[in-house]
Design a binder for this molecule. Structure first.
Ligand SMILES: *[C@@H]1O[C@H](CO)[C@@H](O)[C@H](O)[C@H]1NC(C)=O
Ligand SMILES: *[C@@H]1O[C@H](CO)[C@@H](O)[C@H](O)[C@H]1NC(C)=O
Ligand SMILES: *[C@@H]1O[C@H](CO)[C@@H](O)[C@H](O)[C@H]1NC(C)=O
Ligand SMILES: *[C@@H]1O[C@H](CO)[C@@H](O)[C@H](O)[C@H]1NC(C)=O
Ligand SMILES: *[C@@H]1O[C@H](CO)[C@@H](O)[C@H](O)[C@H]1NC(C)=O
Ligand SMILES: *[C@@H]1O[C@H](CO)[C@@H](O)[C@H](O)[C@H]1NC(C)=O
Ligand SMILES: *[C@@H]1O[C@H](CO)[C@@H](O)[C@H](O)[C@H]1NC(C)=O
Length: 408
């Protein structure tokens, strides 16, 4: 009995193999068959992502006359004015004309139509700080080609992303491309920890910051995401934490006299490891979800940070070199170790962005969009924005998106 079953099984396996081989030959022979290219693409991508040779973080910046992917003037539906260096009056734009070429990885040319069709019925979520918001705005511009897109629907309400009364802005945004039913959203969480207002206090603005709990938004909506990109980093300093009245909590209680967590760098490490551990445990319950943790975006203040100042006024691309090689790990060892051994992928953009000090906002000069005739404000008289943290858009966050799209 058993032998007979095996024989029949073997028979059907061979028939299936023959059919498969015939199918492959048909595909190979017909040059025009679009399946042919996609088959090769899939195969290449598979071997690229599974091969240890390919590390998207290693490679070089190459000049590309087809860049940028959208216009900083035209994409004003999605770009914050302060991040659109064309509108802000930056005079030099050579920084826009580069793309990242990883060594040994398949890096397909970005095409917004094929991107959207690949993302049919899918939701891409960014959760993180303002650098995550930059990446979100960049992806909106890339997906629309920077063209006015009245058909794109604002679906923020579906995720509770509505502006509360008296607030400056909502906690995030969600937009849907109706032709492919693709949703792209961003939720503002600077620390990737759960923030809960503390009520038993005289100061209403004091907030419990639960280092061992992911933001409630992430817990509530994770089941609706197909792709998630996390980031944090630049709010982990005494000034920001005290300025926001954040009080650290672990295990549901206030952290007092904890030698380890007293050091803010350790508190950041602890939180990044907590959120990665939580997310990794969730992934088997959400098999279609692909999760990425983006490494820290480097800043280029001459003396370290905003407060001590020092500008990043270089305008010559690649003055710091154009290539990242070697087989070392990420510069961001915190994110690297947090995702190590998990199903979360690292989106390692630190070293390649480090080379691009000329692509920050700094140096841009505020130019009123409609200068008043009677005003004596001239271009040179307006103060220089000294932001060596955020990037001009179009710019470096576009590359982060290309790298993550290549790895979805
Ligand atoms: C859009 O995608 C969602 C999630 O994948 C799905 O539930 C919904 O039915 C889709 N809607 C349309 C109109 O295709
Ligand atoms: C998208 O969702 C719609 C509605 O549920 C479905 O008819 C369609 O087949 C889905 N497309 C893909 C590519 O999943
Ligand atoms: C504070 O109040 C809010 C809303 O009333 C509630 O959801 C929250 O759990 C309270 N927080 C604490 C720490 O008691
Ligand atoms: C939280 O609880 C765990 C397990 O009980 C314990 O090991 C840890 O020290 C606690 N952490 C803090 C900061 O209280
Ligand atoms: C760039 O900034 C430095 C001070 O940090 C200044 O000395 C230098 O003149 C500036 N260069 C240009 C081209 O503005
Ligand atoms: C990743 O984890 C493995 C096993 O625990 C360890 O040997 C390796 O050093 C870790 N790598 C990094 C980059 O943290
Ligand atoms: C602009 O400058 C002119 C000459 O420098 C001066 O007479 C005039 O009052 C200024 N106008 C304003 C609005 O400051």
């Amino acid at each position: 009995m058993f032998g007979g079953k095996t024989y029949i099984l073997r028979g059907s396996v061979s028939i299936a193999l023959v059919i498969l081989i015939l199918l492959m030959i048909t595909l190979l022979v017909s040059e025009e068959n679009p399946l042919r290219t996609s088959l090769f693409e899939v195969k290449r991508q598979f071997s690229a992502s599974s091969s240890s040779v390919c590390n998207f973080a290693k490679g070089k910046w190459v000049e590309d006359r087809n860049r940028p992917l959208y216009s900083g003037f035209e994409c004003n539906q999605w770009l914050s004015t302060m991040w659109s260096c064309r509108i802000m009056g930056r005079p030099d734009f050579s920084f826009e004309r580069y793309r990242w070429q990883p060594h040994g990885c398949n890096m397909p040319q970005f095409d917004r139509f094929s991107f959207l069709s690949r993302m049919q019925n899918k939701t891409i979520a960014f959760i993180g700080d303002s650098l995550g918001r930059q990446q979100f705005q960049s992806l909106m511009c890339m997906a629309t080609g920077g063209k006015e897109s009245p058909e794109v629907q604002n679906v923020g309400w579906e995720y509770g992303l509505v502006k509360p009364k008296g607030a400056l802005r909502p906690d995030g945004w969600a937009y849907r491309f109706p032709t492919t039913n693709t949703t792209i959203l961003y939720y503002w969480s600077a620390s990737l920890s759960d923030l809960v207002p503390m009520n038993n206090t005289d100061q209403p603005s004091v907030t419990a910051m639960h280092l061992d709990r992911p933001p409630a938004f992430m817990i509530n909506y994770l089941h609706r995401f197909d792709v998630l990109v996390l980031n944090t980093g630049h709010h982990w300093n005494r000034g920001k934490i005290e300025g926001n009245h954040w009080v650290m909590h672990v295990n549901g209680t206030r952290v007092v006299e904890d030698e380890y967590l007293k050091d803010i760098k350790n508190a950041k490490d602890f939180t990044i490891h907590s959120v990665a551990k939580w997310l990794d445990a969730q992934l088997p319950l959400h098999p279609r979800l692909k999760a990425f943790f983006r490494t820290i975006s480097p800043r280029h203040f001459k003396n370290g940070d905003w407060n001590t100042g020092g500008n990043c006024n270089n305008t010559v691309p690649l003055s710091r070199g154009s290539e990242i090689s070697g087989d070392g790990g990420s510069v961001d060892t915190t994110v690297e170790s947090a995702v190590n051994g998990t199903r979360i992928k690292i989106l390692d953009i630190t070293a390649l962005s480090e080379l691009r000090d000329e692509a920050h906002i700094s140096g841009s000069k505020l130019r009123p969009r409609k200068p008043k005739k009677e005003s004596n404000v001239s271009l040179t008289a307006t103060p220089t924005v000294n932001d060596c943290l955020h990037w001009c858009l179009p710019g470096i966050p576009d590359t982060w998106n290309e790298l993550f799209i290549a790895q979805i």
